[in-house]
Design a protein. Structure first.
Length: 325
């Protein structure tokens, strides 16, 4: 079996097991959300996204759209469910806001149940169709794949540079700029997990001073920065370990700022919907609830810009790819 197909099979088997078990539960969508269907969907989304650039473009593009649809709705459920959980014990949060978040969570779960049914996930039809397409895909050998993975990484890094250059690091929107930048950076760290051993880390023993601040204990010891290995993989793309860890640090720090900013946005949106407030009024109400010590959106955006400017000035991504064998 070609390794490309084996990578898809590995994740599809996880999904198939979850889908089969979910049939035993009244609310399949809720059960699947609670049992982390999102992670294997992420992996499949990343695989199909990259393979669409190698061969069978129409097929893998269609797969990517299928996987992304499910991952997106799971992300939407997680957004409302996470804030509902965070706000639940906070007496400062009005019950109307909590009710709003509960309603939105249920609404997204309902949509997910509809997707599972209408798109054939519940019946096994979609999985079977995907497997049929994977059987006849024109898989490349390992050396060809690695060469294409390397080209793809360079291409994505260039696109990320173009994205931040347009912002000039003067961020004005937490979702379309900070969150979007984090998404783009995060894909670079998801691909090594999805490719099951084809991408490995090469460690340079001498660490530059500019890198040391990124190599915190939390980042260095994170299990997410341990890449899977495969005895069957003879060709590899190598990423320089310290720059990969610096990338992980940046993703983490942007995530913290993004979460704080989205907390403001979540409350603002809630007040707009339940109290019909205008933007400025709803934002004022959100800040009132969060308290005077909570950072303002402008401060969060400024801090994200400073972090991003330092990171890209130090050319961390430009030194991420080490080479191939």
């Amino acid at each position: 079996m070609k390794q490309g197909k084996a990578r898809f099979d590995y994740q599809l088997n996880k999904i198939n097991t979850l889908l089969s078990e979910s049939k035993n539960h009244e609310n399949s969508a809720l059960w699947l959300f609670l049992h982390d269907l999102r992670t294997p969907m992420f992996m499949l989304e990343s695989l199909s996204k990259m393979y669409a650039q190698f061969h069978n473009k129409a097929f893998f593009t269609e797969l990517n759209e299928r996987f992304k649809e499910v991952e997106d709705i799971l992300g939407a459920i997680d957004y409302y469910a996470a804030f509902l959980k965070e706000f639940d014990a906070d007496e400062k949060i009005p019950s109307t806001v909590k009710n709003y978040l509960e309603t939105k969570t249920r609404e997204k779960i309902t949509i997910f149940n509809e997707i599972l049914l209408k798109k054939g996930w519940n019946t096994g039809k979609t999985i079977n169709k995907i497997n049929e397409g994977l059987e006849i895909a024109k898989w490349q050998n390992q050396a060809e794949e690695i060469a294409n993975i390397e080209k793809y990484y360079y291409k994505q890094i260039k696109k990320i540079h173009e994205f931040v250059d347009k912002t000039t690091f003067d961020f004005v929107n937490v979702e379309s700029e900070v969150h979007e930048l984090r998404r783009k950076l995060r894909w670079l760290s998801i691909y090594p997990q999805a490719f099951q051993g084809a991408i490995q880390l090469h460690e340079v023993k001498v660490v530059s001073e500019q890198l040391k601040r990124y190599l915190t204990n939390e980042i260095v010891s994170s299990p997410f920065n341990k890449l899977p290995e495969s005895k069957d993989t003879k060709h590899h793309l190598f990423l320089e370990k310290n720059h990969f860890l610096a990338l992980s640090w940046m993703i983490s720090e942007l995530g913290k700022l993004k979460d704080k900013g989205l907390k403001i946005t979540c409350l603002k949106d809630a007040f707009q919907e339940i109290a019909f407030l205008k933007d400025e009024e709803a934002m004022h109400e959100a800040y009132r609830i969060l308290g005077s010590d909570y950072p303002k959106m402008e401060a969060l955006l400024k801090q994200a810009g400073i972090l991003a400017k330092d990171f890209f000035t130090e050319k961390i991504l430009d030194k991420l790819i080490w080479g191939v064998d």
